[in-house]
Design a protein around this ligand. Structure first.
Ligand code: ASP
Length: 343
């Protein structure tokens, strides 16, 4: 028996898990059960690491809610046994999946850190080793007998972010993610520095972990652009079984004031569609009523997404639609911060 923290590494796929077969020059999936042999530096971390891997690792472009449930079930089944979890996924949809996991668990009191990389672990110039090693170190961090991180984080290129605040912004640079509306939870330089005043901290172990896996997929994103036609709006609002719509508006939540646009949206809301207003800007917030161009939206009862990212609006919509809430309750919960996702 040791007092070393034990970490479960969950590999779902993505670039990070690839090594180059130097005979064929092709990239192939890496066997994560051999991780300590392949990355001996991990032994210096003073923690024990177990691994579990999807039988068929996926490119994260194939991510869907069934995989969300699979990842969350692995965490739930092993929650008592491990001190922390590091989940490896492809970076392309990492903000979506990690946000969804943040809503699927209530009263999370252990770290769940998502990471990946831009270059495969077997590449000479890889960013995978640093991302993986520091993510494990973050998952191991304890203070006064409690984990420092008690929420879902996303670690990439020297920064730990609150997962549900992130967006992938770069397909080329190692700094692939940003969190425009919330500062990093931790930064890795010569020292690993936690911004403790920003962390979600719970010290009541009596609150048991609640796991929700009912996610509703009947939603759509509608991004406005100058010149958008009634046909486009009608086509989206006419989608069979549509239950939720994320409207990506301009600036501080502004949209056309043309009568056809306002009446189409108003009718949809009256008929029970949940419509959330989020900004298509990378940073900043929807402020309903700031301009005349958002007054009609406010009056028709649109939900104010405030400074939520589109990725997190998708996850929160899927989660709250599964909770059978009334129109008022849905609006109330969407506009409240449930996991630190809005300011
Ligand atoms: N296409 C890959 C994926 O998201 C890219 C990556 O791993 O970063 O699975």
């Amino acid at each position: 028996m040791t007092n070393e923290p034990n970490i479960l590494l969950v590999y779902t796929g993505g670039t990070i898990g690839m090594v180059k077969d130097y005979k064929t020059n092709a990239l192939r999936a890496f066997d994560f059960s051999q991780i300590l042999e392949k990355i001996p530096e991990l032994r210096q971390l003073n923690c024990s690491i177990d691994t579990v891997s999807f039988e068929e690792p996926i490119d994260s472009s194939n991510m869907n809610t069934k995989y969300y449930v699979k990842i969350a079930e692995i965490i739930e089944e092993n929650y008592k046994k491990y001190d922390g979890f590091v989940v490896l996924t492809g970076s392309d949809t990492m903000s979506y999946v990690s946000s969804a996991i943040s809503f699927m668990f209530e009263n999370l009191q252990k770290p769940v850190i998502f990471t990946g990389s831009q270059l495969p672990i077997g590449d000479l110039r890889t960013d995978a080793k640093e991302n993986l090693i520091t993510s494990i170190q973050i998952a191991c961090a304890h203070e006064n007998g409690r984990p420092v991180i008690q929420e879902v984080g996303l670690y990439f290129e020297y920064k730990l972010y609150r997962a549900n605040r992130t967006t992938k912004i770069n397909a080329e640079q190692f700094e692939a993610f940003t969190s425009m509306n919330f500062p990093p939870l931790a930064e890795s330089g010569v020292h690993l520095t936690f911004n403790k005043h920003l962390l979600i901290y719970k010290n009541d172990e009596k609150n048991a972990l609640i796991f929700r896996k009912n996610l509703v997929e009947d939603i759509a994103i509608l991004k406005l652009f100058p010149g958008i036609t009634p046909q486009v709006i009608k086509a989206v609002l006419g989608i069979e079984n549509l239950k939720g719509l994320i409207l990506e508006s301009y600036g501080a939540g502004n949209a056309p004031t043309e009568k056809w646009f306002i009446s189409l949206l108003e009718k949809a809301i009256q008929d029970g569609l949940k419509v959330v207003n989020v900004t298509q800007c990378a940073g900043g917030s929807v402020i309903l009523g700031l301009y005349e161009t958002s007054t009609d939206l406010k009056n028709m009862g649109i939900i104010n997404g405030k400074d939520i990212t589109t990725e997190t609006a998708v996850a929160k919509m899927m989660y709250l639609l599964g909770e059978n809430l009334s129109q008022e309750e849905f609006k109330h919960y969407f506009e409240s911060s449930l996991r630190g996702e809005i300011s």
